[in-house]
Design a protein around this ligand. Structure first.
Ligand code: ATP
Ligand code: MG
Ligand code: MG
Ligand code: MG
Length: 562
């Protein structure tokens, strides 16, 4: 590629909206441009990096036995209604109607659509196991799209789904994906850690997140230097918690304590029926925890509730995780959310001392639970709970804490979707079973940004060779010098013939300006053809990651850099 023909518009100034370095550099070096909040165009250089990433991912997925397909982006509401997620997905889902008023969404993920496919195409144990994947755009109307490609509203994901006959098969598929993810992120040059992400109420290793370590990461993890223990902060906090003190099973109505807002008031305010008020949401106001149970359009409710209740939102809690943390059976934790029972909504209450934890039915509750003492469901509270120095649950050494970017997650789903959608197979005896599933995602565009977060210096990006848009840039010091130009031309042709991905900076510009741009874009190798090349037959060779320049003979240069 000749630079004179390449659309790689670089910016001298750092765009004001870009807060972190990957966003700044990808804009400045001409890899991406913003179209709308969280929605980006990938310019030719950006597209090439994506293609490299996708190539690595494809190889590793195929090696693990994956088969690539393409699922639709536009998905019918009916499938999501079958799984029950049309209601619970909330405002993160982009919804639309066709001209006949039928409802659709832009796929935020693809469990429903692929389970429906497998439901109709797979019916015998002979067809299992199956690993199906795609690399495609995903759509999530994130509340705060930010940090460029790290949190987009349109982003690229590789998602693979595994289909097995039983838990043992799932364990094998999961192990294959764990290894494949490790290979992918290693080949991308990332410094990363797999962390335990969710052990659920049933126990066992059900999910891992792959975290690229970065101070700008939105996720927090704890890890042990002495053994292989690593977990995201929610899991680590759940593990570090004491068991609840009170264990008197009691109907939730019996533990009602006067509060400020009733369920009726809250549900009327939200315009929903009281029975939808069963999801746990935690708020913190001036260090005080306040809980409300809400299900439905979660994001919307949260913002609205926040204003209504006059408190500052910190984070959402997963009821199952919290239930596991408190030792209660699956259900919810927090103050009671049934008709006529108060919801605690007073920012002045120091701690919610009379919270209830337990299953979502009468008689399965722990009373007298103190959220501040007995569980911490809030991310910031988690941080306080799992201070660096907590003992490692495996070996007792002090734990360390780090920030990370979640570049991938693998998850054992079990039969959640196959049961909801009726995806079954028959075994050797003709008996019918639900298919056992797993799902496995990699944020492809997010990974591109994570690589830049880890590989840059004050001059620009330093692409690892495996994902660089081009491997080599040739910079002729002076194109007006015919001898120099001839050598640069021949070098360019030779490199192309040798299969090297090379950019030839053939513009009529100062060499200094070309060097600055080459450093900003981050080509791994720079070859400078100058006076010395003509006089002494040497080319100045500079590896971007080293910064040191050495003169190598022109003659066998191509075979040496290949
Ligand atoms: P996060 O916790 O950052 O919101 P998530 O847990 O919601 O991510 P998953 O549903 O696990 O994301 O999706 C799989 C992968 O897709 C993530 O590990 C991440 O790499 C990527 N991803 C998720 N949301 C985004 C986004 N808004 N922009 C870019 N990549 C994303
Ligand atoms: Mg998310
Ligand atoms: Mg996540
Ligand atoms: Mg995730």
């Amino acid at each position: 590629m000749r630079t004179s023909e390449l659309l790689a518009p670089t910016l001298r100034e750092t765009p004001a909206e870009a807060e972190i370095v990957s966003h700044q550099l990808l804009l400045r070096a001409g890899f991406i441009r913003k179209a709308a909040a969280g929605i980006y165009t990938y310019l030719p250089l950006g597209r090439r990096v994506l293609a490299k990433l996708e190539g690595i991912i494809r190889e590793e997925m195929d090696r693990a036995g994956g088969q690539e397909l393409v699922l639709p982006i536009i998905q019918p509401a009916e499938l999501w209604q079958e799984s029950g997620r049309w209601e619970v997905y909330g405002e993160e889902m982009f919804r639309l109607r066709d001209r006949h008023q039928r409802q659709f969404c832009l796929g935020p993920t693809h469990e429903e659509i692929i389970t429906a496919l497998v439901r109709s195409e797979v019916n015998s144990y002979k067809q299992l196991p199956l690993l199906l994947y795609q690399i495609q755009n995903k759509y999530r109307d994130e509340r705060r799209p930010r940090f460029g490609l790290l949190r987009g509203r349109e982003f690229i994901m590789k998602d693979l789904y595994s289909f097995d006959r039983d838990q043992e098969g799932l364990n094998q598929s999961y192990a294959k994906m764990y290894q494949a993810y490790t290979n992918v992120f290693r080949r991308c040059g990332l410094n990363f850690r797999p962390v335990q992400a969710d052990t659920g109420a049933i126990g066992g290793n059900y999910s891992h997140e792959f975290m690229a370590l970065a101070s700008t990461g939105e996720a927090v993890l704890v890890y042990c230097r002495e053994c292989d223990y690593a977990a995201n902060v929610e899991i680590a906090a759940a593990r570090a918690l004491p068991k609840p003190v009170a264990e008197t099973p009691q109907s939730i109505k019996e533990v009602a304590t006067p509060g400020q807002k009733t369920v009726a008031e809250v549900s009327a305010f939200l315009g929903i029926t009281p029975d939808r008020l069963i999801k746990t949401v935690f708020y913190e106001a001036d260090g005080q925890l306040i809980a409300v149970l809400v299900r439905g359009d979660r994001e919307l409710n949260e913002v609205k509730l926040q204003n209504f209740l006059g408190c500052r939102r910190l984070s959402l809690a997963d009821p199952e995780k919290v239930a596991a943390a408190t030792g209660a059976s699956v259900g919810y934790v927090g103050p009671v959310g049934l008709e006529g029972v108060p919801i605690y909504a007073d920012a002045e209450i120091p701690y919610l001392v009379n919270a209830v934890a337990g299953a979502n039915r009468d008689g399965y509750h722990l009373t007298g639970v103190n959220p501040g003492r007995d569980f911490r469901a809030d991310t910031y509270a988690d941080l306080r709970q799992v201070e660096a120095g907590e003992p490692c649950p495996q070996c007792g050494s002090p734990l360390n804490q780090a920030r990370g970017i979640e570049v991938g997650q693998i998850f054992q789903l079990g039969t959640k979707y196959s049961q909801a959608l009726g995806a079954t197979y028959t075994d050797e005896q003709g008996r019918e079973h639900p298919i056992v599933m797993g799902c496995y995602g990699i944020g492809v565009s997010r990974t591109m940004a994570a690589i830049v977060e880890q590989h840059h210096d004050e001059h620009g990006i330093i692409w690892p060779l495996s994902v660089a848009p081009y491997e080599v840039v040739i910079v002729p010091a002076s194109l007006k010098d015919e001898a120099q130009r001839e050598i640069a031309d021949s070098l360019y042709k030779e490199l192309i013939a040798a299969g090297v991905e090379v950019v030839y900076d053939d513009r009529d510009e100062r060499a200094g300006m070309k060097f600055v741009e080459a450093d900003l874009i981050g080509y791994p190798l720079r070859l400078t053809v100058g006076k010395k090349t003509v006089a002494q037959g040497t080319v100045d060779v500079k590896w971007r990651h080293e910064g040191r320049e050495i003169a190598l003979p022109r003659e066998n240069l191509v075979s040496r850099v290949k």
